[in-house]
Design a protein around this ligand. Structure first.
Ligand code: ZN
Length: 504
């Protein structure tokens, strides 16, 4: 036993070393996107790629393979969900993926991604899809090669999806998303047809940036973000970076003529931040101290942003405070009008600006297309036509150009095929978790109306965050809610909330 304990210790130490390097790269990345002078970009790319290469080299060390092979024969893996078994399982998962990809492919992918991203940005600006097309073709070919290296049972898509949502397959999530789509499209149609519309001019008034910052920060603190172990800064594309225990950084951007963009963005990133702060410090650097998947991470951000942050009870507490903070914009505004305005639903071309209902339709469209790419059902050259046709079918409108259509997102240029569904998975998980939290904590809405959010935060800490990677997403949902993932909780939530608002 002593032998295995030593080997396990060595494995974890090696894993922690890799994660320490990764966390240094993470801090450099945060700085790059917040305060670094623009002229530093080339040096920063060198620094980050040096650290990433170093971390990769350390992780594919054959010694890690030896240790895993020994430990997999040991009593440490006997209990499937014990701390030791989980760490060994997840390190094996990542190790196998890392060693399966030849260095030559890693380099070609990285080079192609950097080039393709630049070309994509130009093509989008010039509304020139043909310019991007050869790069998209190349990316898809390389992603297929990557999938072949990883290996898969049925569908190359599964191999790539596993990078973002470990263990998920097209078959399992495709079924949930298809069922969800069937129920969602009529809800969107009914909302569009409803004569009831909010007055959104209420939230498009002057909202001074310094006061938005104070208000946003106070809300982040109220829902449980620990500012003694985190910060909020300004950036162009908001993100959250969980750098290390005691250091979780969220970012936002302010629009002086819009109330919601920064505020809900802050709640969203705070949700990610609360997850990172809720991971167990003593497991840092090992899988047990890491988040489950992108989808589960997104479930946390979406819950605070939408299910909590756009709820009536949340605003019972915050609306009077918003009126005090922004008297010029909000004096005399009725609660119900404000609540309707922040829950405006309308079809729009751009995913990142979409509301909480139509957002999922944007994702399902991308999910269907990228899966068809990989299976050869659709050629990259057919993308603009296919996009517009599906868009018309889903939303009843057609993008006026490809910047509003198939060229709007950066993901495919970066080779991130399999990433998009994690956004909607996040929404599905969040609704199912939240329904369970409401069952467990009977007076949740009353608590929110009093400005009390810490019981929900604690519930999330205990039921989700503190497990780290103990359970894969699919299993975690069952452990927490007692049921497999279903689209029903999200549909129920959307129907009840928007049914009332839009009279449908
Ligand atoms: Zn997010």
């Amino acid at each position: 036993m002593a032998k295995y304990d030593e080997q396990y210790k060595e494995l974890l130490n090696r894993c922690k070393e890799v994660n320490t390097i990764g966390s240094c790269a993470g801090l450099l990345g945060w700085d790059e996107r917040t305060y670094m002078p623009r002229a530093g970009a080339a040096s920063r790319a060198t620094q980050i790629s040096y650290l990433s290469g170093l971390a990769h080299e350390k992780f594919v060390d054959p010694r890690i393979g030896e240790l895993l092979a020994e430990l997999e024969q040991s009593p440490l893996v006997k209990e499937q969900f014990s701390d030791t078994a989980v760490n060994i399982r997840e390190i094996r998962h990542d190790y196998d993926k890392s060693v399966k990809v030849p260095k030559e492919l890693v380099e070609e992918l990285s080079h192609t991604r950097t080039m393709a991203q630049g070309i994509w940005a130009e093509a989008r600006k010039e509304l020139n899809f043909p310019k991007f097309l050869p790069w998209l073709e190349k990316i898809i070919k390389l992603d297929l090669r990557l999938a072949d290296c990883y290996g898969y049972k049925k569908d190359p898509y599964d191999a790539l999806l596993d990078n973002y949502e470990p263990g998920a397959t097209f078959e399992t999530i495709g079924k949930v998303l298809a069922d969800f789509r069937k129920d969602l499209v009529p809800i969107v149609a009914a909302i569009i047809d409803s004569p009831k519309k909010p007055n959104i001019s209420i939230i498009e008034r002057d909202y001074p940036v310094e006061r938005q910052a104070m208000f946003g920060q106070s809300a982040a603190a109220a829902i449980g973000f620990d500012f003694s172990a985190g910060r909020l800064d300004i950036t162009t594309h908001p993100f959250c970076s969980g750098i290390a225990p005691g250091d979780t950084r969220i970012t936002t951007r302010y629009n002086p003529r819009h109330f919601g963009q920064a505020f809900f963005g802050i709640l969203h990133e705070t949700g990610h931040g609360i997850y990172d702060q809720g991971l167990k410090h003593e497991h840092w650097g090992a899988p047990l101290g890491d988040s489950v998947s992108l989808g589960i991470h997104e479930s946390q951000s979406r819950m605070w942003e939408n299910l909590v942050g756009r709820s009536r009870s949340f605003w019972r507490h915050f609306f009077p405070r918003a009126q005090q903070m922004f008297p010029e914009a909000l004096q005399g505004v009725k609660f119900d009008d404000f609540y309707f305005a922040i829950n405006d639903v309308r079809p729009s071309y751009i995913r990142v600006e979409a509301d909480e209902v139509t957002y999922n339709v944007h994702i399902i469209l991308r999910f269907e297309i990228e899966h068809a790419f990989l299976n050869g059902e659709v050629k990259p050259s057919e993308l603009p036509g296919l996009w517009n046709e599906k868009f018309k079918q889903f939303f009843g409108i057609t993008p006026r150009n490809d910047a509003e259509g198939c060229l709007q997102d950066v993901h495919w240029s970066m080779g991130y095929i399999g990433y998009f569904p994690t956004y909607t998975l996040g929404n599905l998980y969040s609704a199912q978790f939240f329904a369970k939290a409401k069952q467990d904590i009977k007076d949740l809405d009353e608590q929110f109306a009093r400005g009390e959010f810490l019981q929900l935060k604690k519930w999330l800490n205990t039921n989700i965050h503190e497990h780290g990677k103990r359970y894969r997403a699919e299993k975690l949902v069952e452990v927490v809610t007692g049921k497999p993932l279903s689209h029903q909780p999200l549909i129920d939530y959307l129907k009840s909330k928007f049914g009332e608002l839009y009279g449908i």
